[in-house]
Structures are given as C-alpha cells and as structure tokens.
Design a protein around this ligand. Structure first.
Ligand code: BES
Ligand code: ZN
Length: 638
C-alpha cells in the first residue's frame, strides 16, 4: 500500500531542541522550585507545529504557573488569578495564551501593579480565543484575573444528587485541549511548566490536584498545592468534593467519597505491586506519590493519568479486582506520556500506544502471561472493530494523525492504543524482549520531562533499536506502521490458550446447547467478555432469555460485561433487558460505553427513537465530552 502521508524529510528531524534555561531573577509571586535541566519547549518545524494552540512558545514560553482560585458551586464558577512566569527566548513584545470561554477581567505584569494591554482574538471552533498580552523583553510575570463560565468544557459541576453525595462535586478533564477552559495557558503538550496553586473551597469539602495532595480536610477550606516537576497543560487537574483517603502502600493511596472509599481501597489493593513491576521494567517512578481518585459515575473516561493522582471511573469497581488493568494503564502513563510527552495531538500514539504496550507488560508481570494474553486478544478485537468502523483506508487508521482543523478528540480512537501497542509488540518479537526493554528504558530516561514527536522518534528508533540498518527498518515496515492506514502484514496475531474453552462454548451454544449446559466454571471477566463478543450478531428472544437466565448478564455489576451484553440486547431487540439498558445509560457517563450503545441504537428507526428518549433524560448528567460525542451521533439540538 502506498503511504498517503510521506515521512518528513530527514533534515527536519534533526532540528535541535531549544533549551529553556533558568536564571532570570525572580519577581513576586512566590518563588518556584529550580527547573530540571532538560529543555521545556520543543520547537517543531512549521509543518509539525501544534495546530491546536495559538501559543508561540518559540517566542515566549511559560515555565511556571501560580493559580489562586475560589470554587463557587452556586455560580458554577472558578474565579481568581493565574500568574505565569515567562521565558522570553527572542526578546518578544507579546505573549499569546490559549483561552476558551474565559472572562478575562484584567491583566497585569510582574508585581501586579502594572496594567498590561491585552486583546482577545476571534473565537475559533474547538480552539477558543487567543489572549495576546503586550510585554516588555524584561517582563517575568503576567497575571491574568479571570472567571470561568458555567459551561466551561473541562469542568463538570455535579449536584449532590448527581454526585451520589450529600455535597456537590467538581472535577476537571483537561486532555486534550480543555485546560484553556479553566486556566489561561499555553495549552499545547509541547510546553511544560511547574505549578503551584491555592484553592479556596467550601469548608466541608476537600480539594485535590495533579500535585502534592492533602489527605485530610483543612479547617478553612483553603488548600495549597505544589507540582515541582514540569508538566504539560493537559495534565492540570482539580477535583473538589466530600473526599476521604485510604492508603494502599507507602507511596500510594485512594481518594473517593466516604461511601465508596473502602470498596475502592479493596479493589485497588494491587496498586503497589503494579508500581514495583513498572519500576522493574522501565526505571524509577519519578513523581513521588501515586494516588488514585475514584470519581462519580458521570466521569467520561475510564481513567486519566493526571500526575500523582490518576482520575478513575467508579465502573472499575467490579467487586473482584478484574478491571484493574485500567490502573496499570494510567500508571504506565507516568513514563509514556507524563515523562515523555507527545509533542502534538498528531503524535497521540506516542502516548497511548506505548502506554497500552506497557500496560500489558505490567499485567503480565503481576498476573502472569495467560492473563495478559487474554487482554491482548481482546485488544486486537477492539482494533478490528475500529478498523471496520473507520474503513481500512481511513487516514485515521494511521498512527501519525492529521488533526488539522478538527477537534483532536475526533481522531483519538483505539487505533493509537491498539495499533500502537501492536507495532511495539512487533518490534519486541523481532528484536527480542531484552534488547527492546533496554531501548524503552533508555528512551524514557533520555527524554524524561520533554516532549517527543513522531518525526524525531522515527530516526531515534531506527538508530537506537535497529542500529541504523535501513533494510531491517524496511523489513519491519516501520514507516508503513506509522504513516500508512491499516495493519501491516507482519503484525503478530495474539493468542490466548484460555479462550479456547470460550470459543468451544460459543460454538456449542450456537449449535443448540442450552446455556446452563456450557462449561463455564472458573471463567473470569475476560472469558465472559470474549464469550459475549463472539456470540452471533443477533440472537432470538428465546436464546437471549436462556443466556440471561443462566448467567444473569442484565444484572451484572461488572460494567464491561454489562455493556458488552447490552450491545447484544440492542442488536437482538431483546426487550426484557431494555430497563437494564436504560438504567445503565442513565447512571454511567463513561463515553467508551455510551458511544457504541447509542450508535447501535441509532441504526434503526425504533432504536433511534428510544435512544433520543433516554438521552434527553440522561444528557444533563453527562460531562461535556460525552455530550459532544453523543449530540453528534444522535443529531441532538438542545
Ligand atoms: N489519557 C487517556 C484518556 C484521554 C485520551 C482523555 C484522550 C482525553 C483525550 C487515558 O489514559 C485513557 O486512555 N483512558 C482509557 C482507559 C484505558 C484503560 C484504555 C479510557 O478512558 O477508557
Ligand atoms: Zn491512556
């Protein structure tokens, strides 16, 4: 197949990274910790610059952020000041920040007494508005006084009822380009900054951030945070609610509502083992603590790798620890993503493909090869599904994406995760695990606290792993994996011994064996998932009833099993389970589950009608990222 997108010319790949060094005398606000030595800004050639940010970090970059924000649940508003410490590389007379839906009240320079001239540019779809501030070459700080809007896309303000708590609840979701809806910043993963924050919360609530965190409520509702390691803006995170904390190990623990925290601590008890396994594989954990915040059910993602504090959906609390690969995934991001960060969203596979590969390795180390083989087979099936959905020639099936003029969210599919991981497994199997692990360890170490784009990664890979042997790179089809659609022929086919019995059960059931007669003793969540996914596309009502009577899928407390089953319910028009479907859609906000279910319903006129009826009820409880996706699928005009 001919690549649609030619790899960039080699001379572009070797452009040096611009070092942002310290040394400017500090003005107030408070002193920041000394920056680490690695460069904080990656300067990309024009063709590869981040098309999702107005910022011009090659002129001036932000190296430290000081936030002081009050949380007002009644107005659904954050209000306060963001002070940004600048590094002016070119003696520029302006700095450009990203904003979306922010009310900027006032901008001052340095000590906060000098008013700055600023202008907010025109609104652009997905991107918001550039905030251009006039500075002098010697300006160190810009201070932006602002408030957020109630509809700020990163923020979800939950009523007590929605939160399942006697108190309201707030959380942020900044990835990919939503940080700008709650903090004016250079909202591009190519810029890193340290930060500190003071959050004024209602007195009975606790605030936590992607930073050093409290484990107890303060007396006055004021919380101070410090993030001494440099992070990109999409890892800025805040949550405020009636939170309790339980330790899991010496450097890890879990935060959740008091009614959930014991269950969460039990479910996530293996986290310390995962941290050990990850460190043995790819080097020391560099972020101090690793805690997990279990959020209310409307959380739109499975998990989010906010540094020091992974945000997680409560749908991982299956009661049997069977969905904890999600923790392995978010933990793995502490290396792939948070240490070495995709420079633009076109390079998303460098975050998610590496993380999915690393997740598999952690799961293998902690739970054994048969377990990780099951995950690999299920992942391969996810990849087949997304290829079918997008079409094998779709540009969105390439690892290197072209997201220009699009919401980055649209191009972020399972391709980055599963094709990315499959590519790395292909490399591992051809080169040998030992050598491949050494390569990855060195990669994380060499580029720690920096960003990486595909154009720099490819020559690094070819040189460091393949020894500069271009014929080997050709044989491995490296460029085709990265720049062409579909799956190259040298992809390994994952296999799972454990699934042999499942395939037999599927065959037996299809041939007429009663559900209760199938040999399913000892099956885990993953066996059941493989079973449900591989049942015939449609089943008659009697067969569906037989399955449900034998295995109680409609009552499953396991979100993965229940959502897989509900897909069959929709395809088979199995009405007795419609109440279970409606219950799920009105209580869970995780987009990965909602999207396929609503899409499947929307395929038939009766289904679309039901979908709209349920959506009208459920929509106010969903986070804006789920709403955005589902509005489009259902043609919703509010
Ligand atoms: N970083 C992602 C979540 C994300 C991606 C948020 C793109 C916004 C834009 C996170 O690490 C992730 O991949 N979460 C998965 C779970 C994982 C086990 C595959 C999810 O949310 O389903
Ligand atoms: Zn991820």
């Amino acid at each position: 197949m001919k690549p649609c997108h030619r790899p960039p010319a080699p001379f572009l790949l070797l452009l040096p990274l611009l070092a942002a060094c310290a040394g400017t005398p500090q003005a107030s606000p408070p002193k920041a910790p000394a920056p680490a030595p690695a460069p904080a800004v990656t300067v990309l050639p024009e063709a590869q610059r981040d098309v999702h940010s107005f910022a011009r970090p090659e002129e001036v970059s932000v190296e430290h952020l000081v936030l002081d924000l009050s949380v007002d649940f009644t107005r659904k508003q954050l209000a306060g000041r963001a002070s940004l410490r600048l590094k002016n590389h070119l003696g520029a007379s302006r700095v450009i920040l990203d904003t979306r839906d922010l009310d900027v009240r006032r901008v001052t320079l340095d000590d906060g007494k000098t008013e700055a001239r600023f202008k907010l540019g025109d609104e652009q779809k997905f991107l918001g508005r550039p905030l251009e501030i006039e500075i002098a070459p010697g300006t160190t700080w810009v201070n932006v006084d602002y408030t957020t809007k109630p509809q700020a896309a990163a923020l979800q303000w939950l009523t007590p009822e929605q939160a399942g708590s006697p108190h309201p609840f707030l959380y942020t979701q900044s990835q990919a380009i939503l940080a700008r809806t709650w903090v004016p910043c250079q909202d591009t993963p190519g810029v890193r900054m340290t930060y500190e924050a003071t959050i004024h919360a209602p007195r009975e609530l606790m605030a936590v951030m992607s930073a050093e965190n409290p484990t107890q409520k303060s007396a006055d509702g004021v919380y101070r945070f410090k993030m001494p390691q440099r992070i990109p803006s999409y890892l800025l995170a805040l949550s405020v609610g009636d939170l309790a904390f339980r330790p899991l190990g010496s450097n890890s623990g879990v935060y959740a509502l008091p009614t959930v925290v014991e269950r969460a601590a039990w479910e996530l008890a293996d986290t310390p083992k995962m941290i050990d396994a990850a460190e043995k594989l790819y080097g020391p954990y560099k972020w101090g603590r690793y805690d997990i915040l279990v959020l209310p059910a409307s959380y739109p993602y499975g998990g989010m790798e906010n540094p020091r504090l992974t945000f997680a959906t409560p749908t991982i609390l299956a009661g049997d620890r069977s969905l904890v690969s999600l923790v392995a995934h978010e933990l793995a991001h502490s290396w792939s993503g948070n240490l070495v960060t995709n420079a633009t969203w076109n390079d998303f596979w460098l975050n998610e493909g590496f993380t999915t590969y690393f997740e598999g390795r952690i799961m293998e180390a902690v739970y054994g090869r048969p377990y990780s083989d099951m995950l690999a087979v299920l992942g391969r099936q996810d990849l087949e599904d997304v290829l079918k959905e997008l079409g094998p020639d779709s540009p969105d099936t390439r690892l290197y994406l072209t997201l220009e003029a699009r919401d980055p969210d649209d191009g972020m599919t399972d391709v980055a995760y599963e094709k990315g991981a499959l590519f790395l497994r292909t490399l591992e199997q051809n080169i040998g695990r030992e050598k491949f692990d050494r390569f990855l360890r060195t990669y994380f170490e060499t580029f720690a606290f920096q960003s990486m784009d595909t154009a720099h990664f490819v020559p690094y890979l070819k040189q460091q792993l393949l020894g500069g042997d271009e014929s080997l790179a050709q044989k491995l089809q490296t460029d085709a994996w990265i720049y062409s659609p579909g799956i190259p022929a040298n992809a390994p086919q994952p296999r799972s011994e454990a699934f042999v019995s499942v395939d037999q059960a599927v065959q037996g059931f299809t041939a007429g064996t009663a559900a209760a007669q199938l040999a399913t003793t000892g099956w885990s969540t993953h066996h059941w998932l493989h079973f449900i996914r591989n049942l015939p596309a449609q089943l008659d009502a009697q067969k569906m009833a037989d399955l449900d009577a034998a295995f109680h899928f409609s009552d499953s407390g396991n979100s993965e099993i229940l959502s897989a089953w509900l897909m069959k319910v929709i395809d088979s028009k199995y009405e007795p389970a419609y109440p279970a479907l409606e219950r799920f859609l009105t209580t869970v906000g995780r987009r990965k589950f909602l999207r396929p279910l609503y899409m499947e319903m929307a395929k038939t006129p009766e289904g679309a009608e039901m979908a709209l009826r349920i959506y009208e009820k459920a929509r106010p409880g969903y986070h804006s990222v789920s709403q955005g996706t589902l509005d489009e699928i259902l043609g919703w005009r509010g």
